[in-house]
Write a protein that binds this ligand. Structure first.
Ligand SMILES: [Zn+2]
Length: 253
């Protein structure tokens, strides 16, 4: 049962047939991990907290720097030198004291993810680190948790989700085999336009809410490419790869 306070706070989404009181209860019961609290993680975490996702785990080992403020909308000048995960947790709690927010002020390595991902219902990959992305892909598949992944470089963004809790989903390594990948430039090296992160981060939050509500999810195994210069959004179906080192049939004994 939702409290009177919750009915009031979430009234504008509860009145939607896609959400309703039942949907709001699902969101309140949900446990979600956000890895990376930068340009994508900022809108993602703000929207999930505002929507009343009951438990948020925020994972980031970085501290706030002045050069983050151009795009990482969770932070203000007085947060400089403070751990992002802890600042973000305080900001979200201030926005919505009805939810539980846990800060994990360290990087998400594979061992840590193996211990913690089973304790949440869904994960959002908001990192700009390829090694972490492969670890998240691997662990979410092992544990059977859905994941919404995104990245933005310059004016170009991409978004894709995998639901490893059901059937035979392809995975990120099917799409981008690890041995063919070189570490791409991160935002520090390549530059990025802030609002493109807002667009893609908002789409990530949308897809996460739809997954939690049990609504159809357009980005499931479909890579969405967004060009901020033309506003073009292009979906590409992803096929499973039999030789995938993470999920491929040919790799199984
Ligand atoms: Zn795969």
């Amino acid at each position: 049962m939702l409290s009177r306070k919750e009915l009031q706070r979430y009234s504008r989404q509860i009145m939607l047939p896609q959400v309703g009181e039942v949907g709001q209860q699902k969101l309140s019961a949900a446990r979600v991990m956000v890895v990376g609290l930068g340009g994508l993680g900022s809108p993602v975490a703000l929207y999930l907290a505002a929507a009343g996702v009951g438990e948020l785990h925020l994972v980031d080992g970085d501290k706030v720097e002045v050069s983050n403020l151009q795009r990482q909308i969770l932070y203000k000048v007085n947060h400089r030198e403070k751990p992002k995960a802890e600042v973000a947790a305080r900001q979200l709690t201030a926005a919505n004291p009805e939810i539980r927010v846990h800060a994990h002020p360290h990087m998400a390595n594979q061992n840590w993810l193996r211990k913690r991902v089973a304790e949440v219902d869904l994960l959002l990959d908001c990192t700009d680190n390829l090694e972490t992305r492969y670890s998240i892909n691997q662990v979410c598949r092992e544990v059977g948790r859905p994941v919404v992944m995104a990245s933005v470089r310059g004016f170009s963004g991409q978004l894709i989700s995998f639901d490893f809790s059901t059937s035979r989903s392809p995975c990120y390594a099917c799409l981008f085999p690890p041995r063919q990948q070189r570490e791409p430039l991160n935002c520090a090296g390549a530059g990025v336009i802030g609002p493109a992160l807002g667009v893609i981060g908002s789409m990530q939050a949308l897809e996460a809410l739809k997954l939690l509500l049990g609504l159809p999810v357009a980005s499931l195994a479909r890579l969405h490419l967004f060009e901020a210069e033309t506003l073009e959004l292009r979906p590409l179906q992803v096929q499973g790869n039999n030789d995938c080192p993470v999920c491929g049939q040919n790799q199984r004994s």
